[in-house]
Ligand binder design. Sequence first.
Ligand code: GUN
Length: 291
Amino acid sequence: MNLLDGKKAAQAIKDELKIDVAQLVSEGKKIPHLVAVLMGNDGASETYVAAKVKACDEVGFKSTLFRFTKNEPANRLFEKIHELNHDPDVDGILVQLPLPGHIDEKQIIDAIDPDKDVDGFHPVSVGKMVQGLPSFVAATPLGIMLLIKHYNIETKGKHAVVVGRSNIVGRPISILLNNNTNPGNCTVTVCHSKTTDIQSICLQADIIIAAIGKAKFITADMVKEGAVVIDVGITRVPDDSKKRGYRLQGDVDFENVAPKCSWITPVPGGVGPMTIAALLQNTFQSCTEKN
Ligand code: GUN
């Protein structure tokens, strides 16, 4: 069993970006600028946004965080997005989700200029990705693809089973793995909550992407010997031994599944760090394409 170490792979991508930013600076060119918009004070969202801002600092990007209170009316958010869409200094706009209940998330995402949609959630970005055209790809599926690439995992002709069909992970990663690219060219099966006999389908998988959001859902009796297992789950489970009172638990029963795998991601330290590296890569791409 080998570990797909997301921390190491993400660091390698950040090191490359650092060099690329230094090159832009030396040529007197504009450096990438990511703007994050955070509404309310959800604990997990605060943590994610802080990590994104810190990562921008690490690689030499400019970043700005705009905060809105949780009761702010929707029009204030629309005004801000409109302003950012038209600000030539802004390369990427990220509205941290989830948003408070009175805000229509879809309308907010639709309001972002697709050319600055570094989160890859806009229907234009998703449509391009589905057609195999260059586009911003959402951070988690792109991070998984970058991790597979970093470790030179062979995907061509393999059977990938994606467990979960969410718009931000399951569905897009199923498209990317199926595209005529490298990595890619998999035969893909997508399982979901209504799938009958997930176990027999998973047992046929050369590659399992576990993105169902249920702690330890993938057990050893669902995994073929030699499979590659990528765990997207980050369920918070109570743990008194931790200072913060919880630990992050993946969708895979790591302890029992790992011995059967050729490659497996740990949780934490697998897909998580890769999502930030992917967001940075999208922001860099947005900046250099426009300037
Ligand atoms: N909430 C959970 N994941 C994400 C993400 O990738 N982007 C944004 N904007 N919000 C999120």
